[in-house]
Design a protein around this ligand. Sequence first.
Ligand code: ZN
Length: 346
Amino acid sequence: MPHPSTWLKVTPAGLYCEPGGFFIDPSRVVDRAVISHGHSDHARPGHAHVLATRETLAIMTARMGEGRAGVTQQALRYGEALTINGVQLWLRPAGHVLGSAQICMDWQGSRAVVSGDYKRHADPTAARFEVEPCDLFVTEATFALPVFRHPSAEGELAKLLRSVALFPERTHVVGCYSLGKCQRLIAMLRQAGWDRPIHLHGAHVAMCAVYEAMGVRLGDLRAATVAKKDALKGAIVLAPPMAVADRWARRLNEPVPAVASGWMRVRQRAKQGGVELPLVISDHADWDELLDTCCAVQAPEVWVTHGREDALIHALSLRGVKGRALHLVGLGEEEEDAAPAEDPVA
Ligand SMILES: [Zn+2]
């Protein structure tokens, strides 16, 4: 059985399956790309041929424009297998955002799984992560420090609802990224019984429409910009994190600035951003999830694409797993992956 490193290569453009002739989440324009999910540090415009889930293709097309998300597109369902030049290829849910997939490959009995970004916790807007045993597991490490242990997302959301009940005159403005976190928050609010309208910053409207078109029901959504100030008393407004502390939010009625992110685990980070109500809700695996997952797939070797790889590789070595840091360029620059400018744990 060939070692996965003999056929899955690390190149300047990213991971390349040599016998299959395709790149995974390439950072440069390539001929054949397999894309794990729609976040812009994984899905870039301009590839000739793009293979991904139907949802990821729809997200990419909405963000990049028709024709920019692959000259030709090929959709693959979770669990559906394809053979490309002798390489078996299939996708498993990654639980990160709608359509997010782990890319599983088998070449001559040697199996590698590239997980993209992932989380293990339940998310009403993303199919739940599935463990695929393999010989080589490729993981992210965004929150790979023992300090990062995400509490239950439901408990964090309950804090938001308590605050809304406590301050009915004020407008709660929750900073969240437009792809994934925004729709997850909306779906969780609906599950928690919030059936009133949810107001959106303009930046969040288009992606919510894509989710709805893909069958994720988000309920009554309204534009926050056209609503009268008084109409937003007691309302929940979702906006990009950058908008929460700036002029845009100040024109709301006594806004309560909140942000939903794994980084809110770091108190100092929340304070710096002027966040009154930090909500630790992450679409990335925390320390325990990373370790549990790397062990669950039973791979003797784990490659770490980006993030805080040192602690993870050390912890894996204590469990007899060989780790390797790939330092892939361009990953972790978008969405929640983006580490704060100042090291939060320093
Ligand atoms: Zn992502």
